[in-house]
Ligand binder design. Structure first.
Ligand SMILES: Nc1ncnc2c1ncn2[C@@H]1O[C@H](COP(=O)(O)OP(=O)(O)OP(=O)(O)O)[C@@H](O)[C@H]1O
Length: 250
């Protein structure tokens, strides 16, 4: 059985069929990239998987258990976390404080005022380790809103990683980044996958990112999967070329 299975899932908004009887299976340890034009249904699919919206039909199964209909925090506790296209951090808190909150929420502990100092030290060490992994340690005391765009995206991904997921959904992780930031984010994601043995499902418009990271690519159009396969096969696929890539990567 695959780690994530999307089985005949549909979702419409009024008359618009955003996702239409879609099937998807992601294996443990795989990096899968979903590509498709604006409005193809990629974000809706992510919303369906992460529990933000419920499917009209079909089901989503993660690690052998149906998760469709579960609330997002419950899905996160099952090991499936997501980062968003929009900012998802406390803008007026420091980088360190943001990651600390994420680590504490993962531990689901309250009454930390009664914790022994040694326990709080462990939390701080875990926070420092995450910041180090993301090259954010020198920026630990910077207020999140004052970070560069690239460092903010890094912070967002670090907050998801602090939840220690088994699988990660990344919605356009390099959106709005310059080429240097994009390059370092590609490297960061590669490191993460290698070190944490994460399974990764991402959407991305930047074909350089897609072809640098993906083990397999799924091409969506009008809420359906048109084709999926190895990067080279997708690059050469006639439908993908005509509908989406044009001459961009050929
Ligand atoms: N909450 C909603 N209410 C109404 N229509 C919606 C809603 N969410 C998405 N849609 C519509 O569903 C279709 C699919 O949108 P979706 O955002 O999933 O596409 P996408 O592939 O993620 O696009 P992009 O690459 O631009 O992010 C679009 O036509 C969009 O306008």
């Amino acid at each position: 059985m695959s780690l994530l299975e999307v089985r005949s899932v549909s979702k419409s908004f009024g008359k618009l069929q955003a996702v239409n009887g879609l099937d998807l299976a992601i294996e443990e340890g795989e990096v899968r990239c979903i590509i498709g034009a604006n409005g193809a249904g990629k974000t809706t699919l992510f919303n369906l998987i992460s529990g933000r919206i419920k499917p009209d039909n079909g089901k989503v199964v993660f690690a052998g258990k149906e998760i469709s209909g579960m609330r997002p925090p419950h899905i996160v506790r099952k090991g499936l976390s997501r980062s968003f296209q929009v900012s998802n951090y406390f803008s007026n808190l420091s980088v360190f404080q943001n990651v600390r909150i994420a680590v504490l929420s993962r531990m689901r502990k309250s009454r930390i005022f009664y914790w022994p100092v040694s326990r709080l030290e462990q939390v701080n060490q875990r926070v420092s380790k995450i910041l180090e992994d993301f090259s954010l340690l020198p920026l630990a005391d910077v207020i999140a809103d004052n970070l560069s765009h690239g460092d903010r995206r890094k912070l967002e991904i670090s907050l998801v990683v602090a939840q220690e997921p088994r699988m990660l959904l990344l919605d356009e992780p390099t959106a709005g980044m310059n080429s240097t930031e994009t390059e370092s984010t590609i490297q960061l994601i590669k490191d993460l996958v290698g070190r944490m043995r994460l399974t990764l499902l991402l959407t991305e418009h930047d074909m350089k990112v897609v072809f640098s990271l993906a083990d397999k690519i799924t091409f969506m159009h009008y809420g359906q999967v048109v084709c999926e396969g190895l990067p080279q096969d997708i690059k050469n696929n006639r439908d993908v070329q005509e509908i989406y890539l044009g001459g961009e990567v050929c």
